[in-house]
Design a protein around this ligand. Structure first.
Ligand SMILES: *Cc1c(COP(=O)(O)O)cnc(C)c1O
Length: 473
């Protein structure tokens, strides 16, 4: 299929650029070490001038909507602007070295990794941190494996992990992938953890409870200390899903609430790019009893003020190479260092203020509160997915829709601290305009975007990620 056939827009603003007449056949040498059936003699490529190529990619970028296109209140994702100074640092030649170089020649970078481990431990109230996992979900998986190794080491065979019904799907998946049975915990009337249901759910089979706080409704679990006691009294561990850490930065720490393990979504809380599936980072922090089980290697300071890698005593092994994705971690370090203690606390305070201001301005009902950095409105009689499509016509990115399921036709909204009042008002205007529209208008949306409604399943299952020449048909 050609670019022309595959292009999303039926819009003549987007004249097809790459068509059959533009291809050229390039001979390639086949004397490399690969087996013959894996190589080819020639390859057909689009024949373009440099400006045409630049325009092609620029136009593709304009067909999408990003955090630099406009407001992006995608709840639970914490879509922050990614400051460019961190990109400059990651682009330094001295940063882009191979991690397998002799440790003596990468002392500065190992020092940054040590510094980041320390920052994250301090922010989360944890004792030890691994930087290795390449995403939040991968961090969950590593964290759950650490919990399993800890119980195994203590001679305890615990088979269950408790997960609230409002939790992110990755929590269920991480627990199941690590071999645990998942026990789903129903929420209480007020959207929080139901303590009686929790008492009933935990037992000597409980390896851990996975929880995010504030939860996916943006509600702070006020009974967190009691929750921790219930889980700990049963011999289980408390796992903190760090996706909502932006609500707590510099204000409160999971470690102080009784959590034993947590992951950090650096692309959410610490403004590294979301990256379309990678490369990313999802460091994991633990309390001291669990530190010996963390992935290997970790970085530590040596007696003479240098840095070295070491393998924790009972490590679960590797979940990625070296310290994980260095350049992403370098951006994380730079962001935290630039903001400092007071900057981080200011960010979370503004994130909470912005969510509360926006919720006040919109006409949709917000059934649960008081909330922190995000809120879940209900689209009521409207279909939340249609509302989302229509909001694009007003030039803003929609919120997360239809999740958590505890709110009917959920619009899960998180403006983050980056937006000023003008932009929040722009968002409110878009919400309120759509709230007043009829179903036919919503179902026909979006009208003003380069791409209309795409086949989401086909896009996920059979993605077309590279250009292919027209078939001879
Ligand atoms: C985003 C998210 C995750 C998964 O994190 P990734 O870094 O995207 O893998 C887990 N839990 C919650 C609540 C999230 O919002």
């Amino acid at each position: 299929m050609s670019y022309e056939q595959a292009r999303w827009a039926e819009d003549d603003r987007y004249e097809p650029l790459l068509s059959e007449k533009d291809t050229t056949t390039v001979e390639v040498s086949d004397d490399g070490p690969l087996p013959e059936d894996l190589t080819r003699d020639s390859v057909e490529l689009p024949a373009l001038e440099e400006p045409e190529l630049a325009r092609h990619y620029t136009r593709l970028s304009q067909m999408n909507y990003g955090v630099e296109s406009g407001p992006f209140p995608l709840g639970s994702c914490t879509m922050k602007y990614n400051p460019k100074f961190t990109e400059d640092l990651a682009a330094l030649p001295s940063a882009g070295v191979h991690p397998d170089r002799d440790e003596r020649t990468v002392q500065g970078l190992l020092g940054v990794m040590q510094g980041l481990q320390d920052y994250l431990a301090r922010i989360g109230g944890m004792d030890a941190v691994t930087l290795q996992p390449p995403a939040g979900a991968a961090g969950e998986f590593a964290g759950v494996l650490v919990a399993k190794a800890y119980h195994d080491h203590n001679g305890e065979d615990r088979s269950e992990i408790v997960v609230p019904d409002s939790a992110h799907g990755t929590n269920f998946a991480s627990a199941a992938m690590a071999g645990f049975d998942v026990v789903e915990l129903p929420s209480a009337e007020d959207g929080r953890v139901d303590l009686d249901a929790l008492e009933a759910a935990v037992s000597e089979e409980t390896a851990a409870l996975m929880l995010t706080n504030p939860n996916t409704l943006g509600l702070f679990e006020r009974d967190i200390e009691e929750i921790a006691d219930i889980v700990h009294d049963a011999g289980g561990l408390l796992y903190y899903d760090g996706a909502n850490l932006n609500a707590l930065l510099g204000q409160a720490r999971p470690g102080d609430m009784g959590f034993d393990i947590m992951h950090y979504n650096v692309h959410k809380t610490f403004a590294t790019p979301h990256g379309g599936g990678g490369p990313g980072a999802g460091p994991v922090g633990v309390v001291s009893d669990l530190a010996p089980f963390l992935p290997a290697p970790r970085v530590r300071e040596t007696d003479d003020g240098g840095y070295e890698r070491f393998d924790p005593a009972h490590t679960i092994g590797k979940v990625h190479g070296f310290e994980g994705n260095w350049l992403v971690l370098l951006k994380t370090y730079a962001y935290i260092a630039r903001l400092g203690d007071s900057g981080l606390a200011d960010a979370s305070a503004k994130a909470v203020l912005n969510a509360n201001y926006l919720a006040e301005q919109i006409e949709y009902d917000v059934p649960f509160g008081p909330f922190h950095h995000e809120f879940v409105a209900s689209a009521g009689d409207q279909d939340a997915a249609d509302v989302a499509k229509r909001m694009l016509d007003y030039g803003v990115h929609p919120p997360t829709t239809k999740w958590p399921e505890i709110v009917p036709e959920a619009l899960m909204t998180e403006p983050t601290e980056i937006e000023g009042k003008r932009t929040l008002d722009q968002l409110a205007t878009a919400f309120n305009a759509v709230a007043g529209e009829d179903d036919a208008t919503l179902e026909a949306a979006p009208e003003a975007t380069a791409a209309r409604r795409i086949d989401q399943v086909a896009a996920a299952r059979t993605p077309q990620l590279s250009w292919q020449a027209l078939d001879d048909e």
